[in-house]
Design a protein around this ligand. Sequence first.
Ligand code: AMP
Ligand code: ZN
Length: 472
Amino acid sequence: MLSIYNTLTKQKEEFKPINPPNVNMYVCGPTVYDYFHIGNARSFIMADIIRRYLEYKNYKVKYVMNLTDVDDKIIKKSIQENKEAKSVAEDFVKAFFEDINKLKIKPADIYPKATEHMNDITKLIEELEDKGFAYNVDGNVFYDVSKFKDYGKLSGKKIDDLESGARIEINEEKKNPLDFSLWKKAKPGEPFWSSRWGNGRPGWHIECSAMSCKHLGETFDIHAGGNDLIFPHHENEIAQSEAANGKKFVNYWIHFGFLNINDEKMSKSLGNFFTARDIVKKYSPEAVRLSFAQTNYAGPLNFSEELLSSAEKGLEKLRNLADKTNEELKNKSKDGIFPEFDFARYEKNFEAAMDDDFNTPQASAVIFDFAREVNKAAAENASLHFEFYQSVKSFLGKTAEEVLGILDLSDQSQLSGNSIENELIELLIKLRAEAKIEKNFKLSDKIRDSLKEIGIILQDSKDRTTFKKNKP
Ligand code: AMP
Ligand code: ZN
């Protein structure tokens, strides 16, 4: 039984989809005004792992992630760079897809963009106005929070406390400082769309209400995003959707903890700001994913380069086992024994961990335990039957590769396609072996290190040297 901590009820609950085996899931995506950073990457990767685990459990997941492509930050950037807002958004949508691909994040089924849903958005605002939940002040339309009796139910905040809090946008047009923008009147030079209130553009919160309803229905199973979105973004989404549809909006709310760097908030001004694309230049996507998976998704994560290098080191063990497994499966040795090994127990433990509110630290510990035990079995026996390695591959494939995305089990011993490149590497391996025989270790090390610099890793075993290529 899968249980999920639900921000709405503040407890772990058994997961019961509305229409099994279908699961409808919405994750708040990026505002496309810059490359996304490693904090955003944490939210995207943990949401990806949750989606992959639901698929592991044979749910049919419809996964929707919005792209906010009209926003103050985009407009600001377009002015700074003297470009059209549309082209800023297009550039960073493209970069977003490149980066999630590098991080091995499975693409969503739908990436709705605000600019392509203007009709749905304005229709929803009209409905709110017609029902008395919104008011128009000279072309600016606001949501009237006093009309929605459940306002605050997600964040646990009370309207009175909020009003005395300082961080509320002051605007004289609002009846109540907590009211928020649904439609913003066009200002000169800004992109705009037409509506019954005049030209303007939507607020951020209404975009998610309109697009999630359009693609997933009025009530759907899971809505996720970073902790910072609980209030006001998700609180406002609930107020809008439930007021318009008169139905519960979302059954399970999942929120990801914030990523900090060396115990400080990540910020450009502190100089501890990393984009995801810079990080994957230095570390493998698997190491990034493992370093996130080793912390519970809901708590804060203290990120550092040491964290990544130690994940990379830990992964070597899994990669070596994957290489050995691929090698043994090629040899298809039937000579060895099939040792006693409780594969089912590891699978059960992996599932028990993930079923407990996606306990990825525990689930990755199960995978590392498994690898240790397999290596022990291999060391204790002269040779093992290839069918044993089939079971090893199957376990690692289902868990480390498919769910956590921390291992690539494809056979890396061959470089794809380019045989001349392969032959040249084999030639260098031969020369290195000769240099070793002549005790010219300076040269043999130089060959190994130079290959490493261009992403070719040599692996020495008892009787031969193989190579693999770090994926770019
Ligand atoms: P944004 O582009 O700022 O709208 O953020 C996209 C997603 O990343 C949202 O789900 C945010 O909650 C999440 N996010 C932003 N900063 C961080 C951070 N430092 N740690 C974790 N998640 C974050
Ligand atoms: Zn959203």
